[in-house]
Design a protein around this ligand. Structure first.
Ligand SMILES: Cc1cc2nc3c(=O)[nH]c(=O)nc-3n(C[C@H](O)[C@H](O)[C@H](O)COP(=O)(O)OP(=O)(O)OC[C@H]3O[C@@H](n4cnc5c(N)ncnc54)[C@H](O)[C@@H]3O)c2cc1C
Length: 300
């Protein structure tokens, strides 16, 4: 497997800036995220505090970022990362589509206020999963619940339904485009699989482990299933990187954006307020230079 110098996770302003600086410094990098970049870029009506780009709409900013990446031949590997494991000398990054190795990692996955469900953390890997592609095989002939927060998770549910006996699909979002294929996945109308039951208007409340099954408590009653897949856009940093030090839901960093894990740097909203494009981009630059210095100390 190819070992990258630096893996950058996240395609918001922080990750893009980190990738640009690392590439300019001639490092062999992989940028993991989405070619759609960040929904927080697109949503901005008008951005007035980014130097050199006054009064930009979010879409224009996105195009400018993509153009800059293209000009440096930086490609985005479409990937949602589920876990990062620090193995001392290097890191293994577990994505939905495969694993990657890198000597250092820059975490730029943004900040999410999502709180885990009661019982979620305790049962992670013991009936709770964040990745159908990775764990579907455990549910052959069984019943699995999918709590999905965006339309692009529908393809995960379809895949799971090919293996599981039954999929209870808790739809926690409004369709982007009813009945039409969306860029992120397949519309709900094109999930006619008989073994997928779509449940709407119901709020999951907690997850408990029973003897051989899982109890999913919801505002619409309790469901007994064999496993629960929780598919959110953002994974909490402590779930993403076991052992990572977090204070008040933000990754603790030094001024060089280093974390408590050697070789792992964090930047952008994930490190705390102020939540701003230019602060994120600035931290991405610092994180990349620190990663370059870290590699230099190791003779790379
Ligand atoms: C409506 C709105 C308007 C705003 N207007 C302004 C403004 O005018 N000026 C300003 O300075 N700031 C503004 N902001 C704030 C700004 O958007 C954020 O501060 C900035 O986007 C943070 O950048 P980031 O790279 O840290 O994180 P994000 O932009 O959140 O990017 C994180 C990226 O990581 C990806 N990701 C997350 N988890 C994973 C994973 N496990 N694997 C792979 N990828 C993952 C996400 O999909 C996303 O692409 C606005 C925000 C919003 C919502």
């Amino acid at each position: 497997m190819e070992r990258y110098d630096i893996a950058v996770i996240g395609t918001g302003p922080a990750g893009i800036s980190a990738a640009i600086t690392a590439k300019v410094r001639n490092k062999n990098i992989i940028l993991l995220g989405s070619r759609e970049l960040s929904s927080k870029i697109e949503k901005a009506h008008a951005v007035n505090n980014y130097p050199g780009l006054p009064n930009q709409g979010g879409e224009e900013l996105k195009e400018a970022f993509l153009k800059h990446l293209d000009s440096l031949d930086i490609s985005i590997t479409e990937e949602k990362v589920n876990a990062v494991y620090a193995l001392g000398e290097y890191f293994v990054i577990q994505g939905q589509n495969g694993d990657y190795e890198a000597d250092s990692v820059i975490l730029a996955t943004g900040f999410s206020v999502v709180k885990p469900y009661p019982g979620e953390n305790e049962n992670l890997g013991r009936g709770v999963s964040y990745c159908a592609t990775c764990d579907a095989a455990f549910y052959r002939g069984k019943t699995a619940a999918v709590i999905a927060f965006s339309q692009k998770e529908e393809s995960e549910a379809r895949f799971l339904s090919e293996i599981a006996d039954k999929v209870l699909y808790f739809k926690m979002y409004k369709d982007d485009s009813e009945g039409v294929e969306s860029s992120g996945g397949v519309s709900i109308q094109s999930m006619p699989e008989e073994n997928i039951e779509i449940i709407t208007g119901v709020k999951p409340l907690s997850i408990k482990k029973a003897e051989n099954t899982m109890e999913l408590e919801t505002s619409g009653g309790n469901y007994t299933v064999d496993g629960v897949f929780i598919l959110r856009d953002t994974v909490a940093p402590t779930q993403l990187v076991p052992g990572l030090k977090v204070v008040d839901n933000h990754v603790e960093t030094g001024r060089d954006m280093s974390t408590n894990i050697k070789g792992l740097f964090a930047c952008g909203d994930i490190t705390g307020a102020p939540y701003q494009y230019v602060k994120s981009a600035g931290e991405g630059n610092v994180a990349a230079l620190s990663a370059v210095a870290y590699l230099g100390q190791r003779g790379k």
